[in-house]
Design a protein around this ligand. Structure first.
Ligand code: NAD
Length: 261
């Protein structure tokens, strides 16, 4: 078996994977031979076409299943509809920025539900099958904000610290059972969402693209370089590999040195 097909025969669910990091992770897992289940809360022809394209390009099974990760029953139904999974990547996430006393309650609730509680529900639904098969990988996409804080991001920081705690607990409950649970903590990753912020930041700061990226957006990222979705995909694939069988309950930072400061 070639190294690049080391996940052949495994099924991977990646939540929130019709764009950005989730799509990058799903693509890399498909490249490694895993059958993939893409997900988001929409149900557009292009969502299903995306799954078909990745499946075709990598010669793996690929499906898109609509499920709203803010709804616990939807999270559990996603795993059920997929027929269980060997690899679960909890990636869906949203952000809102406001001072704590002005933070809209509905935004707080949505961020906690999508960025944290969804991983509780999907993990609970996926673990029995992983235990039966004696093999499983849960990878939670946390953030540098799972290890450190920034002002005005109370819900995001709380949810991301929470998912690091959930990661450790699931790891302890599954230790020695062929199952691992880890969190990846990216710094700034160049996704379409982040790309879309660059023109506004250039205008606000009256700077060119490179300067605004280096001096404003990546101020806390010592490398002054974005991480890429391919790098997060590669880190996920490593955590799914046999080399990582004893890596569990921990965080891996992919943040250009942010949390070393
Ligand atoms: P993105 O907006 O491109 O992707 C988010 C994904 O989640 C999308 O596919 C979206 O459709 C999906 N999603 C949102 N709400 C959902 C819901 N209710 N149900 C199902 N799916 C839903 O953003 P991204 O930058 O790729 O972020 C992905 C993850 O990575 C998030 O958890 C985010 O917190 C984390 N992260 C991102 C960065 C970064 O710089 N981009 C850094 C650290 C961590």
């Amino acid at each position: 078996m070639s190294l690049s097909r080391s996940l052949s025969g495994k099924t991977a669910i990646v939540t929130g994977s019709n764009s950005g990091i989730g799509l990058g992770v799903a693509t890399e897992l498909a490249r490694q031979g895993a059958n993939i289940v893409l997900n988001s809360f929409t149900d557009r022809a292009e969502d299903h076409a995306l799954a078909e394209r990745i499946g075709g390009e990598h010669g793996v099974g690929a499906r898109y299943i609509k499920a709203d990760m803010s709804v616990g029953d939807d999270c559990r139904a996603l795993v059920e509809k997929a027929g269980g999974c060997d690899i679960l990547v909890n990636n869906a996430g949203i952000q809102h920025v406001a001072p704590v006393e002005e933070f809209p309650v509905e935004k707080w609730n949505a961020i906690l539900a999508i960025n944290l509680s969804s991983a509780f529900h999907t993990s609970a639904a996926a673990l029995p099958g992983m235990r039966e098969r004696g093999w499983g990988r849960i990878v939670n996409i946390a953030s540098a904000h799972g290890l450190t804080a920034s002002p005005f991001k109370s819900a995001y920081v709380a949810a991301k610290h929470g998912i690091v705690g959930l990661t450790k607990t699931v790891a302890l409950e599954t230790a020695g059972q062929g199952i691992t649970c880890n969190a990846i903590c990216p710094g700034y990753v160049l996704t379409p969402l982040v790309e879309a912020q660059i023109p506004d930041q250039m205008k606000v700061h009256n700077m060119d693209r490179d300067t605004v990226i280096r001096e404003v957006m990546l101020l806390r990222q010592p490398s002054r370089q974005f991480a890429t979705v391919e790098e997060i995909g590669g880190t996920t694939a490593f955590l799914c590999s046999s080399a990582a069988a004893q890596i569990t309950g921990t965080t891996i930072s992919v943040d250009g040195g942010w949390t070393a400061l």
